[in-house]
Design a protein around this ligand. Structure first.
Ligand code: GDP
Length: 196
């Protein structure tokens, strides 16, 4: 598992603080509380990795984790209902949009969505942007352990149908950090995107 080597590299709140635009980056996005930190911890087999992104002052930054000299995982700020001043929000939204639009080495986006609350407005915004810009996108329906097998499977089917109809090309899977469900599946997507 190459993701085990992931190490905190840097935080950025402006383009000039990002590392050189080279190699491969995969970004993780999701509404606050979607389970992004837990997923990053499980994928990298490191309990405390994403805790860094949760330390006060870093939650509105893009946090980068290096796998090797050419490959990085990128934790995007959780969007949703952050209690921050409007001006601050505007600043990081602009930076985020710019990062997504301009970053050449960004090869794909993992969108984390709570399986019990699929495709809220923010998720749809993200998917629409990805579809418009041809960005490969993979949705993790997180906390799958919170639903029984039947309802989880039908949510998966329903989301897959919506993606096929409205955001073609995007893929989706069930995921549980708690049960370590779907970890190999998402790692395979990362491998493909990062040419590992
Ligand atoms: P983030 O805000 O997106 O980084 O979300 P966190 O990873 O911090 O998770 C938010 C909450 O959901 C925490 O209370 C986690 O313990 C819980 N959580 C995350 N992943 C899972 C999961 O796979 N199963 C269950 N049952 N709870 C989870």
């Amino acid at each position: 598992n190459p993701y085990r080597r992931a190490q905190f590299l840097t935080s950025a709140n402006a383009p000039q603080h990002l590392p050189p635009d080279e190699g491969f980056e995969v970004a993780f996005a999701g509404r606050s509380n979607a389970g992004k930190s837990s997923a990053l911890n499980v994928i990298t087999d490191q309990k405390g990795l994403a805790r860094i992104s949760k330390t006060p002052g870093r939650t509105q930054l893009i946090n980068l984790f290096e796998i090797d000299a050419e490959r990085r995982l990128v934790d995007l700020p959780g969007y949703g209902y952050a209690k921050v001043p409007e001006a601050v929000k505007r600043h990081w939204q602009q930076f985020l949009e710019r990062y997504l639009r301009e970053r050449q080495c960004l090869t794909g986006l993992i969108l984390l969505v709570d399986v019990r609350h699929p495709l809220k407005e923010f998720d749809r915004q993200m998917l629409a942007w990805c579809a418009a810009s041809g960005m490969p996108t993979h949705v993790l329906l997180t906390k799958a352990d919170k639903l029984k097998r039947g309802p989880a499977a039908s949510t998966l089917q329903q989301v897959r149908r919506t993606l096929d109809a409205e955001y073609p090309g995007a893929t989706v899977q069930l995921f549980s950090a708690l049960k370590r469900q779907g970890v190999d599946e998402v790692r395979e997507v990362l491998d493909r995107w990062m040419k590992l």
